[in-house]
Design a protein around this ligand. Sequence first.
Ligand SMILES: Nc1nc2c(ncn2[C@@H]2O[C@H](COP(=O)(O)OP(=O)(O)OP(=O)(O)O)[C@@H](O)[C@H]2O)c(=O)[nH]1
Ligand SMILES: [Mg+2]
Length: 249
Amino acid sequence: MNQKTKPAKKTPAAGPKPKAAPADGKKKALDPKQIVHADFLAAAAPGSSLPAPTMAEIAFAGRSNVGKSSLINTLVERKGLVRTGATPGVTRQINLFEARARDGATFHLIDLPGYGYAKRSKAERTAWGDLIEGYLRGRITLAALVILVDARRGLEEDDLELIQFVEEARDVQRRPVEIVIVATKADKIGRSASRSAVAAIAKSTGRKVIGFSSVTGEGRAELWALLRKVTLGTPEATPVVKDQEPEPA
Ligand SMILES: Nc1nc2c(ncn2[C@@H]2O[C@H](COP(=O)(O)OP(=O)(O)OP(=O)(O)O)[C@@H](O)[C@H]2O)c(=O)[nH]1
Ligand SMILES: [Mg+2]
């Protein structure tokens, strides 16, 4: 034992306050899916590469400023894990984060630079396009690609091109990539307009679409449950897709 270390003085301000016990005396059940650890692992800019793939990855793509980095912060419930900003072009490299849930399931989350940002030089856009395409085409552990669309704008040409690229660029040797579309910034248009936007995108793509807001947290639990299911390949204990009608008996 290190005798030189003095025991820390107990002051009222030191350490977190103990939480009050629930009024009914029962302990609240802890959510096994909750992220208990999230950290930045690595980044890659044009000319450099990410570490070798080791586990299932979930990548986030979409137009510049659509809210990719905010969505990652919301998903892992860490406000400042990923840098966000009001001006487009904040994320300028591929960033890799690790997130671990309470039940031990661990995921790699990939924040991709946004596309469609006109103020970049053509050479820069080409270099980044190559970087993103190279990642999407060749990363053998990529399990799911979340494509973010602004609920107010709906699908645009760039988004459709991305979906087509991922569908066609599938390498036969790797696992299929699950595409999940998220209509974000739902808080800006209200519930009914957001529902219509989700339905319109789902109809035109034939894919599952989740309405989301990083401000209100709407869609967070549903998206995370779906991503876990897709990535781990196991059904969740509780149903996550609420909007499906039961089959008639
Ligand atoms: N109201 C609202 N604002 C949001 C939401 N998500 C993101 N924002 C805001 O939109 C802006 C862009 O968010 P980011 O998360 O940095 O967007 P990004 O897609 O990572 O942008 P790039 O890194 O530039 O590609 C920021 O000002 C965010 O606060 C949302 O769900 N609702
Ligand atoms: Mg970003």
